[in-house]
Write a protein that binds this ligand. Structure first.
Ligand SMILES: Cc1cc2nc3c(=O)[nH]c(=O)nc-3n(C[C@H](O)[C@H](O)[C@H](O)COP(=O)(O)OP(=O)(O)OC[C@H]3O[C@@H](n4cnc5c(N)ncnc54)[C@H](O)[C@@H]3O)c2cc1C
Length: 534
């Protein structure tokens, strides 16, 4: 059973040792657990639906509660406190493209708006219904999850858009192939959601981001069907795939997608290197990114994230021993951890490993073998469960991210830290800021930031703390010329910052695009484009 107000399966926990709890207390102050709303209390707040029963539409209050919010921190605050102001009026589970088209007819009759829903793992408010006069129908794609066609010669697989990460990989790997798209939300997020948010997997350096993997597909819009054939390449004007990528449910319902797949690799290896400080780590990462070594994953943590990662790893005695050894070798408190992944044949992996070590040594990188890398790989889809534990202990955790050119990486990282660290000083609260670089490119890298702070007694005050921090960090990202999001998308939470990035004419173009495909504005209102601007 999936948690209705947290992450993942109810029977999976992420317990923390006394040492980790002490660490949190030292950095943030003692956490205090706060009462959470019961499921019954939350269900009792669901108002009567404004939609009538229909064979394809359920108005069951539990279903409506489960589709009311995603995984952003404001969503957690609302679900945890049971103060969820708006619910969808009904949920539809289409089984086919014909049923999707029927839903448009239903929506015209019922005068309702539609919210496409994949796995509901959005962290920026993508799937939340907004208050308004019109009823809202959430369209959950979970029943459209099948592999429909596999062109092995072209290595193209056609899937229904609601397929989740595990279901997609199971169907492909049975044929000896993989998509290799592993966002940390892999266990619950879907192909349609990845496309609609321009998602990036943890091994995108090797497999590509979703925009590299999405070859074509089909979208049902309020005014008709868009079919995008897949071509190896095309010069036939602007590429319509880019109208669909990042569309966030504003133009229609993605029903199927062709994706570029590869044979399952023979081997993978994850390993770790320590650098003496952030500057040498960043320089080494840039050199690797610009060297064409076929690594599949790179993640360079700053010194605070390195310290936290080692503390969280448990294995207290081993870490203490490791710590002494590293200190003795001059990898002291400024040390930064790089975890990297290599994917391919055994020969390719061995050659890539040698080439990578050759570079890291030039920056005084200390290779420590595969122990830490394997730990990371084994726990990568378990880490999100930590949110449940922290929440219960009285701490809030959120992430934000950007991407900038290499020449701006150090300055941007510092600007974000400087915005977040003192953000709650006037409330006498501290913020723990952990930062890493991942998703590297020849011209730059994404900067991914995790921040933690104590929850306030009143949910509204916790939300206010988050808003203060989010605003400060987002303004510093814009100020230093970064994108407002590298992989999470715009949704509700980033919509007000988008005009600074796209410009006036750019926003007008996006508005008109949505208007052409959705003249009556029934598709996922308020997301991506702030409605005030329309
Ligand atoms: C713990 C955690 C870790 C995460 N890690 C990553 C990560 O590593 N990389 C990353 O990129 N993101 C990550 N995310 C963010 C999130 O998982 C992605 O944005 C993901 O792509 C959302 O997919 P979903 O199927 O859950 O979509 P949803 O959250 O259901 O929807 C997201 C948006 O897509 C639209 N949409 C969904 N399906 C369709 C469809 N069929 N047709 C049209 N529009 C549709 C929705 O309307 C909405 O606007 C993470 C989130 C969490 C909670």
């Amino acid at each position: 059973m999936i948690r209705w107000n947290g992450w993942g399966e109810e029977d999976i926990d992420y317990p923390l040792s006394e040492q980790v709890i002490d660490y949190l207390t030292e950095h943030l102050g003692q956490g205090e657990s706060k009462p959470s709303s019961s499921l019954q209390a939350a269900i009792s707040t669901v108002p009567p639906s404004r939609l009538s029963e229909h064979p394809m539409v359920t108005i069951d209050p539990f279903e409506r509660l489960c589709h009311a919010r995603g995984q952003s921190l404001p969503d957690w605050i609302a679900l945890g406190s049971g103060q969820i102001d708006v619910f969808p009026d009904g949920i539809a589970y289409p089984n086919s493209e014909q049923e999707v088209r029927e839903l448009f007819r239903y929506s015209r009759r019922a005068g309702c708006q539609l919210i496409p829903y994949g796995g509901g793992t959005s962290v920026v408010g993508h799937i939340n219904p907004l208050p308004g006069d019109k009823p809202t129908l959430t369209v959950d794609f979970s029943r459209m999850n099948q592999l429909q066609d596999f062109d092995e010669a072209s290595r193209l697989a056609t899937f229904e858009a609601g397929v989740s990460g595990p279901d997609l990989e199971t169907q492909l790997q049975a044929l000896g192939y993989t998509l290799g798209h592993y966002p940390q939300s892999f266990e619950y997020s879907t192909l349609g959601g990845w496309i609609a948010t321009r998602s990036s997997g943890q091994q995108s350096y090797y497999y590509g981001r979703i925009e590299d993997l999405f070859a074509g597909g089909q979208v049902e819009t309020p005014v008709g069907t868009i079919e995008i054939p897949s071509f190896p390449a095309s010069a036939a004007g602007p590429d319509l795939r880019h109208v669909v990528l990042g569309s966030e449910g504003r133009i229609g319902l993605i029903t199927q997608a062709q994706v570029r797949v590869r044979p399952v690799p023979a081997a993978e290896r994850f390993a770790a290197v320590f650098f003496q400080d952030w500057t040498s780590g960043v320089s080494a990462l840039r050199a690797i990114a610009q060297s064409d070594i076929p690594v599949s994953m790179l993640r360079l943590s700053d010194s605070r994230e390195t310290e936290t990662t080692l503390t969280l790893a448990g294995h207290e005695r081993l870490v203490a021993w490791f710590d002494r050894g590293l200190g003795f070798l001059n990898y002291g408190s400024n040390r930064c951890l790089l975890i990297y992944g290599l994917t391919g044949s055994r020969r390719e992996i061995a050659a890539a490993g040698r080439a990578l070590k050759h570079i890291t040594r030039q920056y005084k990188g200390l290779s420590t073998g595969t122990f830490i890398g394997n730990q990371w790989q084994r726990g990568r889809f378990r880490t999100p469960y930590l949110r449940n534990t922290l929440w219960k202990l009285g701490y809030a955790i959120d992430t934000l991210e950007t991407a900038v050119r290499w020449s701006t990486v150090p300055e941007m990282a510092q600007a974000i830290r400087s915005a977040l660290l003192p953000g709650l000083e006037n409330q006498n609260e501290r913020v723990l800021v952990l930062l890493h670089l991942s998703h590297v490119y020849r011209d730059g890298a994404s900067i991914y930031v995790t921040f933690l702070f104590r929850r306030a007694a009143d949910p509204a005050d916790t939300l206010h703390r988050w808003q203060v921090l989010k605003d400060a960090a987002s303004c510093s990202i814009i100020d230093k010329g970064g994108t407002i999001t590298h992989q999470h998308g715009v949704g509700l939470d980033h919509a007000k910052y988008l005009p600074a990035e796209k410009g006036k004419l750019g926003m007008q173009l996006l508005n008109e695009l949505c208007h052409t495909l959705d003249p009556d504005r029934i598709m996922n209102p308020g997301k991506l484009l702030n409605n005030d601007l329309i």
